[in-house]
Design a protein around this ligand. Sequence first.
Ligand SMILES: C[S@@+](CC[C@H](N)C(=O)[O-])C[C@H]1O[C@@H](n2cnc3c(N)ncnc32)[C@H](O)[C@@H]1O
Length: 263
Amino acid sequence: MLFIVRKYLGFYFTAKTKYGIHSPFVFDFFNQVYDSNTSYYSFVAIEYVREKLKSNSNRINVEDFGAGSRRFGKGKKRKISKIAATSLQQPKMTALLFRLINYYNLKPVVLELGTSLGITTAYLSNANKNNTVYTIEGSKEIAKVANNVFKQLALKNVKLVIGNFDMVLPRLEFPQPLGFVYIDGNHKKEATLSYFNWALEKANEQTIIVVDDIYWSNDMIQAWDEIKENERVSLTIDLFKLGIVFLHKVQVKEHFKLKKTIF
Ligand SMILES: C[S@@+](CC[C@H](N)C(=O)[O-])C[C@H]1O[C@@H](n2cnc3c(N)ncnc32)[C@H](O)[C@@H]1O
């Protein structure tokens, strides 16, 4: 906890508000995607399902494939309500991911590494129903809950793949290029970099890749630093909770840290 607070303070004092942005592209991102309050009908239904998960006291077996969880430690039985309260991306951020796909018209394939209970997947799915959303989850009982969420929300464009990312990715067949990739599982440096490099091979200049929890550990901070250095990366936006990677051609590579308010 103290680690994250220290990192947040460091981020906060170096991040810019919209008044410090000189790039027209990033200024537009700030207004249209990051700071937009546009809400959609689908959000209401998804958030209703999230609330139901938060009051579900059933316990499920959770296999841990990643770097574990600060709150739970490695592999245990967990209440669905606890997973829903602590492991899922928060509504503001899921709405942001939705807007990224929507605003930049990212298609035809969306990939999420780390489905958990499927709430973020539901946002990714609704952002463009013509896309196909592949989402991968290693833990079978978690995946079962996610599958029920997809049924409740009648999502037709989601393909849930159960298995370890390391085993699934090399065999995954899908129409390329990847439009949008969300890396949100196994927060280890080497694993994160290998998923990122795998995604780069299937990406084009329009693809956007989001890496979650870039300040989660020193390992993740190093992974994010290496991602920024990659020669195909043209622009990055660090929002503390997650990092956004753009691959479109620019004259000068730039990295931004953004916050909404001065205080
Ligand atoms: C932080 S949660 C994902 C949250 C979800 N994206 C959301 O926003 O609601 C990470 C998930 O990734 C899964 N996971 C972690 N490492 C994995 C791996 N190597 N292979 C498959 N699944 C993995 C975990 O079981 C966990 O459910």
